[in-house]
Design a protein around this ligand. Structure first.
Ligand SMILES: *Cc1c(COP(=O)(O)O)cnc(C)c1O
Length: 439
């Protein structure tokens, strides 16, 4: 890298290379995320003029001086909050990861963000930073299966217990569960996932935040409201605006968007993020530079991809709704007017997403016949990619869920999960139409 442009830091103690200040507004107009994804957080002059950030494959970074090294370690170890001002060692941070974190936080106007090696490592790091033996985790149900395992079985081994409420719970039900949890132990956090998979039931984030505020008024370490926003974020639901403190992502899904990487993220206030960063520094669950770079590529088209996928899903769901072999479609665009779910949707959501449930007439035989006949849509779990995927939760992602619980969640043999991609919508409809003809 040429031209070691150094800039004295505010204390004058340690000089440090920093990107030039970004253009965040033009003519008094605050720039939109779609615009900022092309350059925010990156100064080409620091990398030989390269338009795109290089992938920084290095395990460690050279300090400008011993004093600079000391100062950076004060940041890394948490002696000074807010993380390192400079680059130290690739378990803590790196240029690709820092640019990615700057850009990820833009979508929700978050103060800070962290990225991780997977969605689950983001969730695990967050939980480890917040819980101690004797604590209770209050959560919405159902959760992503690995998250349920982590909370129920793994943290359970360390003396952490949990209490849950159904995703669509009323404020009264949410209040009652928090009340019980407080009597059981210190409430470490309130963990949500909305919409729930595969039911698509929405959680009332505003009601949860209000219940937390009432129950913990004047308490110093109020439990944060944390939400896994993988299914609708960051385009169609922005929970920080509705009272959540931390928002979690499997960036493997819509953010990555090309089904070619695994990564996770957390966004929120600096104060809420700091303990999670300290835990990530300790255990090393940060994204690798290559995946971080791939995600920078992906975020440039996030809005284009999600918008197109959302439009496609609306057309495809309209086709399914009128088809004689389809019993019903669990799609957020079809919520019953005047229902509580429709009210939550109106307050929280900016779009209905592109992942939905299809209930065929019949059972496993009909579902499998439909899935096996698909020619464009691929038979695979996961979601949020450019390509359309279809799967059978009862036989795949939720196979190990006990039968009673499956029944309670509405995971029947006639349920097919679909994540619509960015293909031509009429081609997709032609594919679904011919596949239904084989049922
Ligand atoms: C996929 C997913 C996860 C886990 O993310 P990975 O990147 O696979 O570790 C967590 N929550 C939800 C809602 C998901 O869909």
């Amino acid at each position: 890298m040429a031209n070691n442009e150094t800039e004295a830091d505010l204390t004058g103690a340690t000089p440090r290379r920093r990107p030039k200040p970004d253009v965040l507004e033009v003519g008094g107009r605050k720039l939109k995320p779609a615009t900022l994804m092309m350059g925010h957080g990156y100064d080409p002059a620091l990398s030989e003029g390269s338009l795109k950030p290089p992938i920084f494959l290095t395990s460690t970074f050279v300090f400008e001086s011993a004093a600079a090294g000391k100062r950076h370690f004060e940041g890394v170890t948490g002696k000074r909050p807010g993380g390192a001002e400079g680059l130290v060692y690739s378990r803590f941070n790196g240029p690709d990861q820092e640019i990615l974190e700057d850009r990820l936080s833009v979508w929700e106007d978050a103060e800070d963000a962290l990225t991780f090696s997977s969605g689950m490592s983001a969730i695990a790091t967050l939980l480890l930073s917040l819980v101690k033996p004797g604590d209770v985790i209050v959560h919405s149900a159902p959760l992503y299966a690995a998250t349920e395992t982590l909370i129920g079985r793994i943290l359970g081994r360390f003396g952490v217990t949990w209490l849950d409420f159904p995703a669509g719970a009323t404020p009264e039900e949410i209040n009652a569960v928090i009340d019980r949890a407080k009597r059981q132990g210190r409430v470490a956090l309130i963990y949500l996932e909305s919409p729930a998979n595969p039911t698509n039931a929405l959680v009332d984030i505003q009601a949860v935040a209000a219940a937390r505020d009432t129950h913990f008024a004047g308490v110093e370490d109020r439990p944060p409201v944390v939400i896994d926003n993988t299914f609708l974020g960051p385009l169609w639901q922005q929970p920080l605006r509705h009272g959540a403190d931390l928002v979690l992502y499997s960036l493997t899904k819509y953010a990555g968007g090309h089904s070619d990487l695994v990564a996770g993220g957390v966004v929120g206030s600096k104060a809420a993020i700091n303990p999670i960063r300290a835990m990530r520094n300790t255990i090393g669950t940060i994204t690798d530079p290559h995946s971080a770079w791939m995600l920078l590529r992906s975020l440039e088209t996030l809005e284009l991809r999600m918008s197109r996928a959302g439009e496609n899903a609306a057309k495809v769901c309209a086709f399914f709704r009128d088809h004689p072999k389809i019993d019903s479609v669990g799609y957020l665009g079809f919520l019953e007017e005047g229902s509580r779910q429709a009210d939550i949707y109106r307050r929280h959501c900016l779009g209905a997403g592109s992942t939905f449930s299809l209930f065929l007439k019949g059972g496993e035989r009909e579902s499998f016949a439909f899935l096996d006949a698909l020619k464009i849509a691929k038979l695979a779990v996961s979601l949020g990619g450019t390509e359309t995927l279809a799967s059978h939760p009862a036989a795949m992602t939720h196979l190990s869920v006990p039968d009673e619980r499956k029944a309670a969640l509405g995971i029947t043999d006639s349920l097919v999960r679909i994540s619509v991609g960015v293909e031509d919508p009429d081609d997709l409809i032609a594919d679904f139409d011919q596949a239904l003809a084989q049922v």
